[in-house]
Design a protein around this ligand. Structure first.
Ligand SMILES: [Zn+2]
Length: 259
């Protein structure tokens, strides 16, 4: 792989301040020491669509006891992240975590959560969103499927193991970064910033590859990762990269933008 010349950090800061259209992709390393329940092959046995219909009681209690905890992660990394977000240099946040790491992520319009959020359940018919938190009693004692006011079944937004992204969610991710002009894909953002992401996640690796294929000298890829994932920087060779404690890297970036 060709080594790109190192650019001065001032160029990135200028880009972020001028365009204010960065797309920030968040990954599991933001959770720090907090362990969250893994939606994997094992959970597939209970946490699946069939059980939600056939054994709603078992299904929702499993959901409440495992997947809903914790609902929010707050640590020094997420605090540093939220300070950065206050500077408004971004157009969208793509949060791959199903736990809340961004302040007001339930209501803010700039966030897309491709893997769902553990406090949001959704009607499969009219797509109305309900807060799981305020329905814990109803969910925990359900002896038949839980219904929306429209009659549709309610399901978690947190994806089942190997469940595909819904079309609206997938489009929201794509539309944050790309647009079409005369049938050709074009970039909407001048900086794609990955923070603590897992590049083995297909959605994330697709994003970085497609962005890198389309960008010119005016577009920057930024990867902020912790020391254990240093290899990602070597592999993707972004214009700007840092491998450090995430909170310290984020705080440094915030301070530079504020100057
Ligand atoms: Zn409905």
């Amino acid at each position: 792989m060709n080594k790109k010349p190192k650019l001065p950090i001032e160029m990135l800061i200028e880009n972020l301040k001028e365009y204010k259209d960065a797309v920030i992709v968040l990954g599991p390393d933001l959770l720090g020491e907090t362990k969250i329940f893994e939606i994997d092959k094992e959970s597939k046995e209970v946490y699946n669509r069939k059980n939600m219909i056939k054994e709603p009681n078992k299904f929702w209690n499993y959901y409440i006891n495992n997947i809903m905890k914790p609902m929010v992660v707050s640590n020094k990394i997420t605090q540093a992240l939220n300070e950065l977000l206050k500077l408004d240099i971004h157009s969208h946040i793509i949060d791959t975590n199903y736990v809340k790491t961004v302040t007001n992520s339930d209501t803010r319009p700039d966030i897309v959560s491709p893997n769902g959020k553990n406090n949001r359940i959704e009607c499969v018919k009219c797509h109305k969103i309900y807060e799981a938190d305020s329905m814990i009693r109803e969910l925990g004692t359900a002896d038949k499927t839980v219904k929306c006011t429209c009659g549709g079944n309610l399901k978690p937004t947190v994806l089942y193991y190997e469940e595909k992204y819904s079309t609206p969610v997938y489009n929201a991710v794509k539309n944050a970064v790309f647009e079409e002009e005369n049938g050709k894909p074009k970039l909407k953002t001048h900086a794609l910033i990955f923070i603590g992401v897992d590049f083995t996640d297909t959605l994330v690796s697709e994003l970085i590859d497609s962005y890198d294929a389309l960008k010119d000298h005016n577009h920057f890829t930024v990867v902020i990762t912790d020391k254990k994932n240093r290899d990602d920087l070597i592999y993707y060779n972004p214009e700007f990269g840092a491998y450090d404690d995430l909170d310290q890297a984020l705080t440094r970036l915030t301070e530079l933008i504020k100057k």
